[in-house]
Design a protein around this ligand. Structure first.
Ligand code: ABU
Length: 537
């Protein structure tokens, strides 16, 4: 006899929540014991099976309980950011968690254990001390948006399949054109699977605009085309050149100043040099918020040069685009309104759950002309509605994920002013972090000037290194410090921050603020933690 069968669903649900304490496994089993209905069944018993309604509800409530527990842990600063294991350990299986797939169906019980374990061995990217990536944080409204999106399981290629979402996309794109400063009728765009793909779209469209015959005839009819990006620009520009058959050798890297900004005079010099060599420049990618240093290229100057040489100007504002929402800081992107195309990832500074990236083109119709294949089975011109909303033929994909709803819902929830406040707070945190580090003699900033963005790059010097004079020998030692500290941090699960070498600079840490859960106390903690882990190295 199972006493839990006497409880109604609401009582069982309360009991499940009540049992949320101690370890994940205990929670799971606590939950399980309160609802043996789920324990006894298999996935085939869920909807759409004839009597699956109650079991489906019970199963999904269990899943929600697992997620709620995870969310609570994520925001609990005392919990670990991660429970690190090596790939071979996950492959071998951990404490009953096996990634292997079987031929027979697993029970609902097993699936709930698997959900719990998947979260247990993952990284809590919303944890206040997860500072590793440009995209971080756990926005509860965004999460609700993802749930709804997954439930709807629509495909963005046609209005027919995604009526609300396709219209929502036009509304959001219009909002983004306005914020950039484009006229109402100028803009076109799409949400794509990430900043690299958005940059690919920018370069693809630039090439098509100049050479529309490329679509039919391919690269053989083109002159030797080249494009330009700063040496601090994102590697996806080279990837795009490789994918598009332009070739990475034809991506010319423009020198930057000490802050990591493209030097306009160098850009013009490179363009003239290329022309002298018989190459044909067609596009410049400027960066607004570089990945490592957080640098903003001088967009007005780049726009002047592009106009002089009749070049397409693409702005990679994947990271920095969100700053347009801050009246205090948007001037750093002045000139973006003169761009022909812009990449802007709301999944970075704006904290929208991955993935959410827009490519915005300042000419209506180009995207479609460039990519259209008129598949008759999807894009029938004689449908009952306005087929302008069938956006699928503008894309390089066929099926396209709905990335718009979570952004729309978050914008509703925060308003533009809410995003602005959040972003201004990150900028304040970056300034605070910079000021604290500047006063510490065992830390050294990579850039001496106040941060322009939320990136703050720095070295930690263990006492042993402080007395070695600047030079090759010290650099040899210094480059091992950040990886060692990071390795310890991962193993202990206390925080996550990224590091990298850059140009002639050996490994340094990159702090970035884009996580709404991070507070000044977490910043202080991180500094102490780096000192604790690094002082004896
Ligand atoms: N450009 C992709 C994001 C890289 C980062 O999160 O550090």
């Amino acid at each position: 006899y199972f006493p839990f069968f006497d409880l109604d669903k609401e009582q069982m649900r309360k009991k499940s929540v009540h049992t949320f304490e101690s370890t994940e496994k205990d929670i799971f089993f606590g939950t399980l014991l309160t609802d043996l209905v789920v324990y006894l069944f298999f996935p085939l018993d869920l909807l759409p099976s004839k009597d699956g309604q109650d079991l489906t509800e019970s199963f999904l409530l269990h899943v929600v309980d697992i997620l709620l527990h995870y969310i609570q842990k994520t925001f609990d600063v005392k919990s670990k950011v991660l429970d690190f294991h090596h790939p071979h350990q996950l492959l071998e299986g951990l404490d009953g968690f096996s990634l292997e797939l079987s031929d027979h169906p697993e029970s609902l019980e097993q699936l709930l254990v698997d959900c719990t374990d998947t979260l247990k061995y993952g990284v809590k990217t919303g944890h206040p001390r997860f500072l590793n990536q440009l995209s971080s944080g756990l926005d509860v409204i965004g999460l609700a948006g993802e749930w709804l999106t997954a439930t709807a399981n629509a495909n963005m290629f046609t209005y027919e399949i995604a009526p609300v979402f396709t219209v929502m996309e036009t509304i959001l794109l219009k909002k983004m054109y306005e914020i950039i400063g484009w006229g109402e009728t100028e803009g076109d765009g799409l949400f794509s699977p990430g900043g690299s793909i958005s940059n690919l779209y920018g370069i693809l469209t630039a090439r098509y605009k100049q050479y529309p015959e490329i679509k039919r005839k391919g690269m053989t009819v083109l002159p030797g085309i080249v494009l330009f990006v700063s040496e601090q620009g994102h590697y996806s520009v080279k990837k795009a050149a490789a994918i598009l058959g332009i070739g990475t050798d034809n991506v010319i890297e423009v020198k930057c100043d000490e802050r990591g900004k493209m030097i306009p005079a160098e850009l013009e010099k490179n363009i003239l040099q290329a022309k002298r060599k018989g190459q044909t420049p067609f596009c410049v990618t400027a960066t607004a918020g570089s990945t490592v240093l957080g640098a903003f290229d001088p967009l007005q100057d780049v726009a002047d040069i592009c106009e002089r040489h009749n070049l397409w100007m693409h702005v990679d504002a994947a990271w920095g685009g969100g700053l347009l929402l801050s009246r205090n800081h948007s001037y750093k992107l002045s000139g973006i309104e003169r761009a022909n195309s812009v990449t802007w990832n709301p999944h970075k500074l704006m904290g929208v759950p991955l993935q959410c990236s827009a490519i915005l083109i300042r000419e209506k119709g180009l995207l479609e002309a460039c990519n259209q294949m008129q598949a008759g089975y999807l894009f029938q011109p004689d449908k009952l509605y306005n087929v302008d909303f069938d956006t699928g033929d503008k894309t390089i994909q066929c099926g396209r994920h709905v990335d718009i709803f979570k952004l729309w819902l978050m914008w509703k929830a925060k308003g533009t002013s809410g995003f602005e406040a959040q972003i201004n707070r990150y900028m304040e945190l970056a300034k605070y972090f910079y000021k604290v580090l500047k006063k510490k003699d065992n830390f050294k900033l990579v850039l001496d000037a106040e941060p322009e963005f939320t990136n703050v790059c720095f070295w930690y010097f263990p006492p042993r290194l402080k007395h070695i004079p600047k030079g090759f020998e010290r650099d040899q030692e210094l480059q091992k410090i950040a990886p060692k500290i990071k390795a310890q941090m991962l193993e202990e699960g206390t925080a996550m921050i990224s590091y990298q070498p850059c140009g002639d600079k050996v490994n340094f840490f990159r702090m970035v603020f884009s996580n709404p859960a991070t507070r000044q106390t977490d910043v202080d903690y991180l500094i102490d933690e780096i000192e604790r882990l690094g002082k004896d190295l």
